[in-house]
Structure formats: C-alpha cells, structure tokens
Design a protein around this ligand. Structure first.
Ligand SMILES: CC(C)(COP(=O)(O)OP(=O)(O)OC[C@H]1O[C@@H](n2cnc3c(N)ncnc32)[C@H](O)[C@@H]1OP(=O)(O)O)[C@@H](O)C(=O)NCCC(=O)NCCS
Length: 329
C-alpha cells in the first residue's frame, strides 16, 4: 500500500464500573476459594457493571477521558471503531450508540468482533484507514461487560471475567509514526473451545437455549491456556520482527490479562523478564478487548511509560484470534 500518512497516538483513556467483586464475594456464589482463584489465575477482584449501565456507557466514559487528554472535541473525530464481544445489542452497533452519546452525527461508526484480540485488530484497522488517507482522526475503543454473558453458576468461567473499557485516539501525521508494526491471525479450528453457543443463527434464542444456559461463555480452560501461550508468544515475535526493533528496545510488554500463569509462560517463551511485563490482572480479571488498552492507559497514568517509549501489546482470544502491535506512546 502506498502510505500517505503516519499514525500519531494522541491519547488513551479508560473507565471501570464502580462495583467491585472480590474473590471472597465469589466464595458466596460458587464453590471456590480466594486461594484457588489467586493461585490459579492471579485475579483478586474484578469490576462489574450495573444492570442499567451498558457497554456503550463504559465506552463513552473512556472516550471522554481520551478526548480530554488529547485536548480535542468529539467533532474532530471522523471515524469510531468499537472492539467488543458484548455489544449493547446485536444491532445497532455499540459504535453507533457511542456516536450518539458523544453528540455526533454522520461520521461512520462500526463494531469489530475479534474477542480478546479485538483491540489489536482495532489498531490494525485504524492504522490502515489512517495510512491510506481515508480517515484522519479515529476513536478506537475496547469495551466489554463480560459479566452479562457469564454463567454465574459455572466456577470454571465466572471467576475469570470482568467489565471495563479503554479508548485510544489516533490521528494522521506527516511527522510521527507511532504504530511501528501490527500482526494479527486467526484459526477457527478451535472455535468450540471458547464460545457462546446460542443467540446467533446456529442456535437462535429459544426457551430451551435459555434454560440450557447456551447464551453464556463456554470454555475448555486447559486447551485455551496452552494455545494462548503458543499464539501470544508467536504474535509477539512476529510484530517485533515487523517493527525492526529488538526485545531490548521495548520498554514494556503489555499482554492480554487472562491468567497470570499465561502471562508468565509467554514472558518465558519470548525470553523477557517479568520486570518488563505490565500486569494488572489482580484488579481487573479478563476484560477481553478492553484489557490491553486499559492496561496501557494505567501504565501511562502511573508513570511506567514516558513519552516516546516503545510498547508491545499482545493478545489472544476466542476464534481463536491473536495479535500484537508495537507502538510508541
Ligand atoms: C480456567 C483455568 C484458570 C483453570 O485452571 P487449571 O489449572 O487449568 O485448572 P483445571 O481446569 O485443570 O481444573 C483443576 C481443578 O480445579 C477445579 N476448578 C475449576 N475452577 C475452579 C474454581 N473457580 N474454584 C475451585 N476449583 C475450581 C476443577 O473442577 C478441577 O477439579 P478436578 O481436578 O476435581 O476436576 C485455566 O485453565 C485458564 O486460565 N485457562 C485459560 C482461560 C482463558 O484465558 N480464557 C480466555 C482466553 S482469552
């Protein structure tokens, strides 16, 4: 592709619902223990949205923060992308609801579905739009309310997930090139290891599908674990290779926060110390497409990253999908 512009990352923002669900709270819901959850996953608590607080509400609040940090008005945005597997509705898209909440009209807005790799797919998409010259200022959001697609009687899954949203504003630039590389992949041979069986065209909603709890996340944890380690390490190496950088050039690695043991295994496989890996899973749990962006935002806010630092975001999710991006903040 003939590249017309570089990409400047103007800002990030994030938002979490107020309600905290601790492991001790979960002990009252299913047969589990703080000890088991902490040791096997690294998660201590997660945020849970209210009944009348929607994915687009979280996306909106994260977007407002990103707009404020970038010091731009919503009117300067010319495309909205929302990565999510927990949209407000099948349609209209959550991006459309977000557009309305931002008081915008006319600009294109659409959702991206790539499960927990959604934000990396989103950066890849935003980058292509900006580099081609098609759009100049893009609001990219990863927003999820996984609590609303969770079977709260299934201890194999309900301890893992949480809610939250992160936003990034990217714009066309003649000087900067903050997205050094992206790499994404997918393999549907494993689609039945992590999925929601019903609600789509395969199993439209019926009383039976509801009673059989087919509208909530089903997962083969051990198999997903193994694939996550393999694919995240592979994606990290590929994106690094495409960026022309070395491991030593990366100030911070921000992997998808699904399980602390997955993060440690990926770090070992890539050959990096945990000192250069950002972790906030203990506070958030797995928030799918919102993990890497909220973690990036926290790393910036807490001073772990300074202007000009190079970061690698790495993700893996249902599909399977995977990806990594080397960016400059
Ligand atoms: C889900 C996961 C934490 C389970 O950990 P694990 O070490 O693989 O545990 P296992 O599945 O082998 O289960 C071990 C035992 O703990 C039990 N167990 C499962 N969940 C439990 C819970 N919340 N509390 C207590 N015990 C639990 C199992 O029933 C099993 O008991 P059994 O040996 O009597 O059958 C882990 O496999 C994982 O994180 N997988 C990847 C998940 C993921 O990242 N998904 C999203 C990807 S984007």
């Amino acid at each position: 592709m003939n590249k017309k512009f570089g990409v400047k990352i103007l800002s990030t923002g994030s938002y979490f619902p107020k309600k905290v669900l601790t492991n001790a709270d979960l002990e009252k819901i299913v047969e589990t223990s703080d000890e088991w959850i902490s040791a096997r996953t690294g998660i201590q608590e997660r945020r849970i949205s209210e009944k009348n607080e929607y994915t687009s509400d979280l996306a909106y609040k994260a977007s407002l923060e990103a707009l404020k940090t970038a010091n731009i008005t919503p009117e300067q945005i010319d495309l909205i992308l929302v990565a999510t597997v927990t949209p407000d509705m099948f349609f209209p898209s959550t991006a459309c609801f977000l557009q309305k909440k931002l008081g915008l009209m006319s600009i294109p807005a659409f959702d991206l579905s790539a499960a927990c790799s959604g934000f990396i797919y989103g950066i890849t998409t935003a980058r292509a739009f900006i580099e081609s010259g098609l759009y100049k200022t893009i609001l990219l959001v990863g927003a999820e309310e996984l609590s609303k697609i969770t079977d709260w009687t299934d201890r194999n899954t309900c301890v893992l997930f949480g809610d939250g949203a992160g936003a990034m504003i990217l714009s066309a630039s003649e000087e900067s090139d903050d997205v050094l590389s992206t790499y994404i992949g997918a393999d549907a041979s494993y689609s039945d290891l992590l999925f929601i069986p019903a609600g789509g065209t395969v199993n439209p909603a019926t009383v039976e599908t509801v009673n059989a709890k087919m509208h909530t996340t089903k997962m083969q944890g051990r198999d997903v674990f193994k694939a996550a380690v393999q694919k995240m390490a592979f994606a990290a190496q590929k994106a690094l290779e495409f960026s022309g950088k070395n491991l030593e050039d990366i100030k911070l690695f921000i992997p998808h926060q699904a399980n602390m043991r997955i993060i440690e295994a990926v770090a070992k496989k890539i050959g990096i110390s945990m000192n250069s890996v950002f972790v906030n899973i203990h506070k958030t749990g797995n928030i799918s497409s919102a993990t890497t962006i909220t973690a990036l935002d926290e790393a910036i806010k807490t001073g772990k990253l300074q202007n000009g630092d190079i970061v690698e975001l790495i993700a893996f999710g249902g599909g399977f999908t995977w990806g990594a991006a080397v960016i400059r903040v």
